[in-house]
Design a protein around this ligand. Structure first.
Ligand SMILES: Cc1cc2nc3c(=O)[nH]c(=O)nc-3n(C[C@H](O)[C@H](O)[C@H](O)COP(=O)(O)OP(=O)(O)OC[C@H]3O[C@@H](n4cnc5c(N)ncnc54)[C@H](O)[C@@H]3O)c2cc1C
Length: 321
């Protein structure tokens, strides 16, 4: 019996959200009176023993060239084999695109109950009850996983990373990797920005910004705050901003500590992707804009007057010239 945490890596680095999953999985193991171990795929540039700082005792490293390319069907098969090899009965993912694609497939293979987008540690006092967000973030559901093997994917930013002392034993795990039927013809990477789903602060713009030429103002504020940038769907549909920045029901769902919405009305489809943010700040010139109902702080006013002043104040506070 153990907890196995799938630690995502990108370009050889363990992702920030994977550290949250490692801390969370270690806590789950503590609750169950067992150990937590990590599973890492592909070539890495970090010393995997350092994952021990997050509580795992062992890191199973499948350093197979074929696993550097993501294929959900291959990953599901290989992770299923790793679960059998390690004897794990709780598997923890970060709730990202990998978990969305692999989680259900793994669940079928292992006949395991799967709770996606978990927000809390399981309540093991009477079963194995995990909280998850439901109905596009408008409600929470408590799910009792009753199968012997249990799969959880943890919402990004739902659990704080805790690093202590410790070093994990790194073992090479040999897994049977089937040939992939997926051929990657091109990879486009967004560089030089904070990735949206990992960002703790997000500055987002809507149609109220009037046009792409005004995004410099938003980017200045984001830069001063060290934030990622996002937008409403019509902004991406009008090609003012790239589609990977579109948040909402049909875009990316995010849960940063701080979400600042500039000139966004707060339609229900937009809120569906951002209402799990810890603090929401809305700036809109219309006092009746629906977003104010979801806001923790609101400013009724013109973004073109307010945002440059905010940026100036943030820069002063941070001592940025
Ligand atoms: C099936 C479906 C799925 C959808 N999915 C999504 C989704 O995932 N994400 C999403 O965002 N939308 C989605 N939409 C669209 C959604 O319904 C709204 O139309 C959209 O969110 C509105 O975008 P907006 O707030 O930028 O624009 P608007 O609704 O036009 O709002 C602009 C706001 O800016 C304010 N404003 C104007 N000028 C200024 C100024 N100078 N200073 C301050 N404020 C100002 C206005 O008062 C207004 O509130 C979806 C719609 C459908 C039907």
């Amino acid at each position: 019996m153990s907890v196995l945490i799938f630690a995502d890596q990108e370009d050889g680095h363990i992702k920030k959200t994977a550290y949250e999953a490692l801390t969370y999985g270690t806590k789950v193991a503590e609750q169950l009176g067992t150990t937590a171990e990590a599973l890492v795929f592909g070539s890495v540039t970090v010393d995997l023993a350092t994952l021990g700082k997050y509580g795992v005792t062992k890191v199973h490293h499948a350093n197979n060239e074929a696993l550097n390319t993501f294929d959900a069907m291959v990953y599901a098969r290989v992770i299923a084999e790793a679960v059998q090899t390690t004897g794990a009965d709780v598997i923890v993912f970060t709730h990202n695109n990998t978990a969305r694609a692999v989680g259900p497939r793994l669940s079928v293979r292992l006949k395991a109950g799967y709770v996606p987008a978990a927000t809390t540690l399981p309540d093991t006092s009477n079963g194995f009850v995990v909280n998850k967000v439901a109905f596009s973030g408008k409600a929470f559901a408590k799910i009792n996983i009753t199968t012997p093997i249990k799969i959880i994917s943890l919402n990004p930013n739902a659990y704080k990373t805790l690093a202590g002392e410790g070093s994990a034993e790194v073992v090479s795990i040999s897994l049977d990797v089937p040939a992939s039927t997926v051929k990657v013809t091109a990879t486009e990477k967004v560089t030089g920005e904070v990735p949206l789903n990992e960002a703790t602060t997000v500055v987002s713009g809507g149609r109220g910004l009037k046009g792409p030429e005004n995004w410099g103002m938003l980017e200045d504020l984001a830069h001063a705050l060290g934030a990622a940038t996002a937008c409403s769907r019509p902004v991406a549909d009008s090609d003012w901003r790239p589609h990977h920045e579109h948040v909402g029901q049909t875009g990316v769902a995010i849960s940063p500590n701080l979400y600042i919405a500039l000139g966004i009305s707060g339609a229900i489809q937009h809120l569906a992707g951002v209402n799990r943010s810890k603090v929401i700040v809305v700036i809109n010139k219309d006092a009746e804009a629906p977003f104010f109902k979801a806001a923790d702080y609101g400013i009724v006013g013109d973004v073109f007057e307010i945002v440059p002043k905010m940026t100036e104040e943030v820069k002063k506070l941070k001592g940025i010239a």
